[in-house]
Design a protein. Structure first.
Ligand code: AMP
Length: 606
């Protein structure tokens, strides 16, 4: 699973040194404008562009900016490495020459991973398992959705996994270790210094041991005195293996720690103990504090107070809930076709949890009751972190459908009331989660038929769940679509042409609605085709026109919307494709490193 936005570029070589880059360029003929891209060894998420001109090599650092763009110092910002290279292929704009010919990787040259890449996947798994107690599919979903944020957290503690890291040992002990065994030049280890959060490098040269303090600047970056600055300790070490950077020698073999391979510490804010699984709310006390009250800055979905949204609800999921297990609050969360949705508490043997209860209105009972039972039947078959879970039905004074609570409410309302504080990055993350939930529905052969921002509920600003399965259908194993016998009171402005014209519904028509939902999200809860009547919308679409790009919407996100609005359903992407596009953009903009480094969740234990 590569989260590198350059991974698909045929001229990207990964974590190779400057020397190796020059060798590849030499082999490829040294033509003017010959270029390749490689990972920056200093900064997380950065690159280096290596270009040939007049038989000389030029290397340009590409930094990832705070606003999620990439740029060469003094140059224009671009939304990704691919876009940046394309730009410089048309206009040198300060480079020695324009990029003319990509130096392509040969079929037997793989992208070189860095030390962290090879550890990353296992570290992510260990982290998610330890911190949130997730396993199996739920763990996979959590990792896919949160990979960029988790990678940032993990990168800062990755050195604890390295063979050369000895933790807190005294200086004398480091000398004893280095003198024992072979005394080769460059043999080294890293240890914690007395002062918490600071490190020392001890290195052997000419049968003597030299000690260096590793500096950590205000920005949180590591360096040797006067040396190059690095985002993480392991990047500094990798660099010092290539260049001495002021040391008596460049680094050679690691003096191996006996504790090597141990599980690295988890960033302090998240770890609560060796088996740090925070029990799901039904096993613990449930706080009545809304999850949305938790400051969202460095919070991952799984960090919500008293709520583990990835929990496995199987121990509480009972289709029939007894009335005495349920406290129904007077507080109304909203209302829908069947009646109102109330706040409540579900009591189980091992605890209690906040729930949302859809209470059937009593008039017209038989008709709506059957509809609500159908909705319950659909929800009962679904289990995905990005879909509101049904916990059961309670048949008492009214029929009540009990669901997990998404207390921050519908996406459109949430965004329209927070236009100034919610960033585009947050919206991309939420819409990526919706695409993951929809991809799951597509795989299970369910069509939603009412996907809209009003039906995406938020647990908090980092965590979205699809809701309202009132119109949903399970398709037969051999069916690609559901055809409704008659039209109903449908949300036509969200509907694909084939649904409006032929009453045909499929995952592809859900993709169209997903495009409209994206539009609503990026326009911060705007109303699609606001001033148009439905007939006008129909001819607008038929004539090839589409909703305009919302003011703050990134180009790549508008491109996804436009693909979702492909007129013919057979040419429209499916959710597998949509999720891929969303994921790649989400990863490309979330990988940024906080230049202030120190005061974030990415802070190592101190
Ligand atoms: P619905 O009938 O499903 O459209 O729900 C009507 C309204 O009730 C929604 O717009 C939400 O404001 C609220 N609501 C529904 N389900 C939940 C839930 N699981 N958690 C929190 N609020 C909900």
């Amino acid at each position: 699973m590569s989260t590198d936005p350059a991974a698909n570029l045929p001229f990207f070589y990964g974590s190779i040194s400057r020397y190796d880059a020059e060798q590849y360029l030499k082999l490829a003929g040294m033509a003017d404008g010959l270029f390749l891209l490689r990972q920056c060894l200093r900064s997380l998420g950065g690159y280096v562009l290596s270009v040939v001109c007049d038989l000389e090599f030029h290397h340009y650092s590409i930094e990832k900016q705070l606003n999620d763009t990439y740029c060469i110092a003094g140059g224009k910002p671009h939304c990704g490495p691919a876009e940046l290279c394309e730009f410089y292929s048309k206009d040198p704009d300060g480079l020695v020459c324009a990029l003319k010919k990509p130096c392509l990787r040969s079929s037997d040259t793989a992208i070189k991973s860095c030390v962290f890449d090879s550890l990353k996947e296992n570290m992510l798994k260990e982290y998610v398992k330890q911190t949130w107690g997730l396993e199996g599919d739920t763990m996979k979903q959590a990792i896919i959705s949160q990979a960029p944020q988790l990678e940032k957290l993990i990168a800062t503690t990755a050195h604890e996994k390295m063979l050369w890291y000895h933790g807190k040992i005294p200086r004398q002990e480091s000398e004893r270790l280095l003198y024992s065994g072979t005394q080769t030049d460059g043999k080294f280890l890293i240890r914690d210094r007395e002062e918490p959060g600071t490190f020392a490098l001890s290195v052997m040269y000419g049968k003597s041991v030299y000690h260096y303090q590793i500096l950590q600047g205000k920005s949180g970056k590591y360096s040797m005195p006067e040396g190059t600055k690095f985002d993480t300790l392991w990047q500094l070490v990798e660099y010092l293996k290539i260049k001495p950077d002021g040391l008596v020698t460049s680094l050679g073999d690691a003096c191996v720690s006996r504790a090597a391979g141990k599980i690295p510490s988890l960033p302090a804010t998240r770890r609560t103990g060796p088996n740090s699984y925070t029990p799901p709310p039904h096993a613990a006390n449930v706080t009545s504090k809304a999850a949305s009250d938790v400051p969202a800055d460095n919070v991952l979905p799984m960090d919500c107070t008293g709520f583990n949204p990835y929990h496995d609800p199987s121990d509480i999921k009972k289709f029939n809930i007894r009335r005495d297990q349920l406290l129904v609050d007077e507080v109304e969360l909203g209302s829908g076709n069947f009646g109102c949705v109330k706040k409540g508490v579900l009591k189980a043997d091992n605890g209690q949890m906040d729930v949302a209860i859809k209470v059937l209105k009593n008039d017209n009972e038989n008709l709506v009751k059957a509809e609500m039972m159908r909705e319950a039947e659909i929800m009962h078959q679904l289990s995905n972190p990005f879909i509101v879970r049904m916990l059961g039905l309670c048949n008492a004074e009214s029929l009540m459908l009990v669901m997990e609570m998404a207390s921050a409410g519908p996406l459109n309302k949430f965004l329209s009331s927070r236009k100034d504080t919610v960033t585009v990055e947050i919206i991309v993350n939420l819409m990526h989660q919706v695409s993951m939930g929809m991809k799951y529905l597509e795989e299970k052969n369910f069509v939603h038929r009412d996907l809209a921002a009003r039906n995406v509920l938020l647990v908090n600003e980092k965590f979205a769940k699809i809701s309202d399965f009132g119109l949903s259908k399970a398709l037969g194993a051999d069916d690609n679509y559901y055809k409704s016998r008659s039209a109903g009171p449908w949300p036509l402005k969200w509907y694909a042409p084939e649904s409006i014209n032929y009453r045909k519904f499929s995952s592809k028509s859900d993709v169209w609605s997903y495009g409209v939902t994206m539009w609503e999200a990026f326009s911060y809860g705007g109303k699609p085709y606001k001033k148009m009547k439905q007939v006008e919308v129909n001819s607008f679409i038929k004539s090839g026109q589409r909703l305009a790009c919302p003011a703050k919407c990134p180009e790549r996100m508008y491109a996804v919307m436009q693909e979702c609005w492909t007129y013919k359903h057979e040419d429209r992407p499916d959710f597998k494709k949509v999720e891929e596009s969303m994921r790649s953009y989400h990863y490309s903009i979330s990988n940024k490193v906080n230049p202030e480094g120190s005061a974030t969740a990415a802070e190592p234990n101190k």
